[in-house]
Design a protein around this ligand. Structure first.
Ligand code: NI
Length: 168
């Protein structure tokens, strides 16, 4: 396993649409292992492969609380099968937009389909933080960041802040 560099805005790769994975093999599992290690190190609760410069439809997450045992989750080629009409506001942040937080509204409940770490198809319902986080990560696969939902003014200000923060 290895730590990878996390790309931050306004890196152009973050705007790329990620490509579907054809097979879940050892090479892909090695990528997912690196992603998980990188996410824990950051620390964060979700990471899409494109955030380390690999535009494939792969996500890792762990939304367990600080006092709970680790609960890594892996999503390959995730799809949203249905989404509730009611929406949940949640203050989001992103490892690619460090130190910026803002409230975003998304469907409160969704039904998901994806391939897991072993390449098995899983279908399940998500709500609460799980629903928020997987929708945020799936946006990354389309080249969408949570700041894209903010006003242009707020978005530009966020990018400027990150630029200043990451300038050495
Ligand atoms: Ni993010």
């Amino acid at each position: 396993m290895a730590l990878r560099e996390i790309l931050v805005v306004p890196h152009p790769v973050l705007k790329q649409v990620s490509q579907p994975v054809e097979t879940v093999d050892d090479e892909l599992r090695a990528l997912m292992d690196d992603m998980l290690e990188t996410m824990y190190d950051a620390p964060g609760i979700g990471l899409a492969a494109v955030q380390i410069g690999v535009p494939k439809r792969v996500i890792v997450m762990d939304i367990s609380g600080p006092e709970e045992p680790k609960a890594p989750q892996y999503f390959v080629n995730p799809e949203i099968l249905s989404a509730s009409d009611d929406r949940l506001p949640y203050e989001e942040g992103c490892l690619s937009v460090p130190e910026i937080y803002d409230e975003i509204e998304r469907p409160a409940r969704i039904r998901l389909r994806y391939l897991n770490y072993h390449g098995e198809t899983v279908e399940e319902d998500a709500e609460g933080l799980y629903a928020v986080c997987i929708q945020h990560e799936m946006d990354h696969l389309e080249g969408v960041l949570f700041i894209d939902y903010l006003s242009r003014l707020k978005r530009d200000r966020a990018v400027q802040k990150v630029k200043k923060l990451t300038r050495v």
